[in-house]
Design a protein around this ligand. Structure first.
Ligand code: UGA
Length: 434
C-alpha cells in the first residue's frame, strides 16, 4: 500500500519506517527541511536502537521517501496518518491539538480525491469528531477519519511495532476495518490481536492504557515506601502480586517515579477529557500527585544518607528517563539535580547519550565523559537510569574515596553483595544494609 505519515517525530518516523519494512511505500512528510535533509542523507533524527539500519535499508530500495511536499505525498497515498505532537497546553491539563487540526486542514487543502485520514498521534476522546466537522466545513465529505493509536515504547519501538500486543482501530463505519486489517495483516499473521471499536473508543483506549500503566507504577512505588519502613522487600511483593494473572508482573518495578514524553502528558490529558465530560477521574489525579511528590522523596533521602548536602560530591549515572533513549522529558533527574545543586552539592553526571542542555546553565553540575571520571571522587553515586553498562560495576575500583555510598534508584544491585564489599548501599523499597 502507499502511505503518508505527516510528522517525522517519534511515532511517524518509527511506524513509517516499520510499515516500509513490511513492503509498503511510505512517504514521511515534515515541514522542517533540516529534518528532511538529514533523513535523506541517511541520518536518523531520533535516538532509537535499530532504527538507523532500518531507515537505510528501506530508503535505499525506494520504499521510504522523505519529503516536505505534502501535496505530492498525499496524491500518491491511499492512507494518510497524522503523527504530529500533542503536548499539554502550558499551565493546564488540556491537550494542544493545534498541530493535529493544522495537519487535517492541510490534507483537506491538498486533495480532491477520496482519502482515509488516520490519527496515530495520541488524541483525546472526540478529536476524530472535531476533525470530521472541520472537514465538513471545508466541504470535504470524501475524507474518512479513523483512529489507530500507537503503543510503541521508546527504546523498544521496533520490537513493539513488529510484535504488538494489539492493534486498535476505531471507526464508526465497519467497512474501513478491512482496509486497515489488510495493512496490518503481516503482524496479525504473527499473532497480533486486531481489535476494532468505535472511533471514540480507540481514542480512549490509548489514554486508558497509559494512565493504567502509570497507576500500576505509582501503586508499587507507594508500596515501596511502606516496604522500606516495614523491612520488607518490594521485589517479593511485585513477584507475589504479579504472578496473579489478573494483575500481571509487568510495569510493577519500583523506581524513581515514572517520566518520559507520554505518561506525564497523557495522565493530565485524560483528566482534561474527564473535566470536559464532567467526570471526576480521582484515581488518575492522585497518581499524578503521588508521582510528583515521589521526586522530592529521593532528594530528602540523599540528605539523610549524606548527613548534609552542602559541599557533597554526587555522581549521577544516567539522566534520561529510561535506558535506550536520549529523551530527557519529565526525567526525575530534572528535578533532583537542580535541587541538589541548590542545596550546595556538586553534581557530576554521565549518560551514554552524552551531555544534556537541560543542565548546561546549572551551577555546580558537570558532565563527565565516562563512568570512572564521574565517580572517582564522590561521596555518593546515584544510579538513576538502568543502562546495561551500569549493571556490573566494580565500585571499589572506580571510586577513589575510602568512604562512599550508593543510592540505587533502579534496584540493579544486591544488598548482600554490597554488604560483603563493605559499601553503604541504599535502594528502593528494600531493607537497607545500614
Ligand atoms: C509509554 C507506553 O509504555 C507505550 O505503550 C506508549 O506507546 C508510549 O508511552 C506512548 O504513549 O507513546 P514510554 O513512555 O516510551 O512508553 O516508556 P515506558 O517504558 O512505558 O516507561 C515510562 C516510565 O515508567 C519510565 O520512567 C520508566 O522508568 C517507568 N517504569 C516503567 C517504572 O518505573 N517501572 C516499571 O515497571 C515500568
Amino acid at each position: 500500500m502507499n502511505l503518508c505519515m505527516i510528522g517525522t517525530g517519534y511515532v511517524g518516523l518509527v511506524s513509517g519506517t516499520c510499515f516500509a519494512d513490511l513492503g509498503n511505500r511510505v512517504f514521511c512528510v515534515d515541514k522542517d527541511k533540516n529534518k528532511i535533509n538529514k533523513l535523506n542523507s541517511g541520518i536518523s533524527t531520533i535516538y532509537e536502537p535499530g532504527l538507523d539500519e532500518l531507515i537505510k535499508k528501506n530508503y535505499s530500495v525506494g520504499r521510504l521517501v522523505f519529503t516536505d511536499n505534502l501535496k505530492k505525498a498525499i496524491a500518491k497515498s491511499e492512507l494518510i496518518f497524522i503523527c504530529v505532537g500533542t503536548p499539554n497546553k502550558k499551565k493546564s491539563n488540556d491537550v494542544d491539538l493545534s498541530y493535529v487540526f493544522k495537519a487535517a486542514k492541510e490534507v483537506a487543502k491538498s486533495t480532491k480525491n477520496k482519502k482515509i485520514l488516520i490519527t496515530k498521534s495520541t488524541v483525546p476522546v472526540g478529536t476524530g469528531d472535531t476533525i470530521e466537522k472541520l472537514l465538513k466545513k471545508l466541504k470535504k465529505k470524501n475524507i474518512e477519519v479513523i483512529s489507530n493509536p500507537e503503543f510503541l515504547r521508546e527504546g523498544e519501538a521496533i520490537r513493539d511495532f513488529r510484535f504488538p500486543d494489539r492493534i486498535v482501530i476505531g471507526s464508526n463505519r465497519k467497512k474501513y476495518f478491512n482496509i486497515l486489517k489488510k495493512l496490518y495483516q503481516p503482524l496479525i499473521n504473527k499473532g497480533a490481536n486486531f481489535f476494532t471499536t468505535s472511533r471514540r473508543g480507540a481514542e480512549l483506549i490509548k489514554y486508558a492504557s497509559n494512565a493504567f500503566l502509570a497507576t500500576k507504577i505509582t501503586f508499587i512505588n507507594e508500596l515501596a515506601n511502606l516496604c522500606e519502613k516495614a523491612n520488607i522487600n518490594i521485589e517479593d511483593i511485585s513477584l507475589g502480586m504479579g504472578s496473579d494473572s489478573r494483575i500481571g508482573s509487568r510495569f510493577l518495578r519500583a523506581g524513581p517515579a515514572y517520566g518520559g514524553s507520554c505518561f506525564p502528558k497523557d495522565t493530565k490529558g485524560l483528566i482534561s477529557t474527564g473535566d470536559k465530560f464532567k467526570t471526576n477521574l480521582s484515581i488518575v489525579k492522585s497518581v499524578i500527585k503521588s508521582n510528583e511528590n515521589r521526586k522530592r522523596i529521593h532528594t530528602e533521602k540523599i540528605k539523610k544518607i549524606l548527613g548534609s548536602l552542602k559541599g557533597k560530591k554526587i555522581a549521577f549515572l544516567g539522566v534520561t528517563f529510561k535506558p535506550n533513549t536520549d529523551d530527557m522529558r519529565d526525567s526525575v533527574s530534572l528535578k533532583m539535580i537542580p535541587s541538589l545543586c541548590k542545596s550546595g552539592s556538586k553534581i557530576y553526571y554521565y549518560d551514554p547519550t552524552g551531555p544534556k542542555v537541560n543542565f548546561k546553565n546549572i551551577k555546580n553540575c558537570q558532565y563527565k565523559k565516562n563512568i570512572k571520571e564521574t565517580c572517582k571522587d564522590v561521596d555518593l553515586i546515584v544510579l538513576h537510569t538502568e543502562w546495561d553498562e551500569f549493571k556490573s560495576l566494580e565500585f571499589k575500583k572506580i571510586v577513589k574515596k575510602r568512604s562512599f555510598s550508593i543510592f540505587d534508584l533502579r534496584n540493579l544491585y544486591d544488598h548482600k553483595q554490597m554488604k560483603n564489599k563493605k559499601i553503604k548501599y541504599f535502594s528502593v523499597g528494600r531493607p537497607s544494609s545500614s
